[in-house]
Design a protein around this ligand. Structure first.
Ligand SMILES: [Cu+2]
Length: 177
């Protein structure tokens, strides 16, 4: 059996969509009340006004408290202390050039990330295969990623930004001890 003409399918879907919309328009207009209940609306309005300021206060406080957990460089530097070591990393199609792959555990380490060609993404996977830190790598910039390895072992760096044919092979191992 040959597949149906795509234009026929398109027109059929438009017609069905129109019929569906008309049915719902009729259902909604027939069942809607003409007069909203004034007292219910007024009390909802009072509740809304009463809730506005507490909700805004909770959001503002929550925003500032949650900044502490964000993986931004300055937040990490403040939380972990100044990095004890800087590892220079250059990405290129399709490899990672990592100056130092033996990394100390339990101290903050800074990865200085740049690329010679296109955008890449530097992602560190722990020995169980979970992503523990990642950062964009962009031409013309050096991004700082500060991380502290609390668990020794073999970590794998992979690229998380599709960068061409060799992208899946962009891997390098870090030995954390
Ligand atoms: Cu890639």
């Amino acid at each position: 059996m040959s597949s149906p003409d795509p234009m026929f399918v398109l027109y059929a879907l438009i017609v069905l969509g129109l019929i569906w919309s008309v049915i719902w328009f009729l259902v909604i207009t027939r069942t809607a009340r003409t007069e909203p209940e004034a007292e219910a609306m007024a009390s909802a309005g009072r509740l809304r006004r009463w809730l506005l300021f507490p909700m805004v206060a909770v959001l503002i406080v929550g925003f500032f408290i949650s900044l502490y957990w964000l993986p931004y460089t300055n937040v990490r530097a403040e939380r972990l202390g100044e990095p004890q070591m800087t590892v220079e990393v250059t990405a290129l199609q399709w490899a990672w050039i990592v100056k130092q792959t033996n990394i100390p555990a339990h101290v903050p380490v800074e990865f200085a990330l740049t690329t010679e060609d296109v955008n890449h993404d530097f992602a560190i996977y722990d020995p169980e295969g979970r992503i523990v830190a990642q950062s964009q790598v962009m031409p013309g910039f050096t991004n700082r990623l500060i991380f502290q390895f609390d668990q020794p072992g073999e970590y794998v760096v992979r690229c998380l930004e599709y960068c061409g044919l060799g992208h899946p092979g962009m891997e390098v191992r870090l030995n954390v001890a």
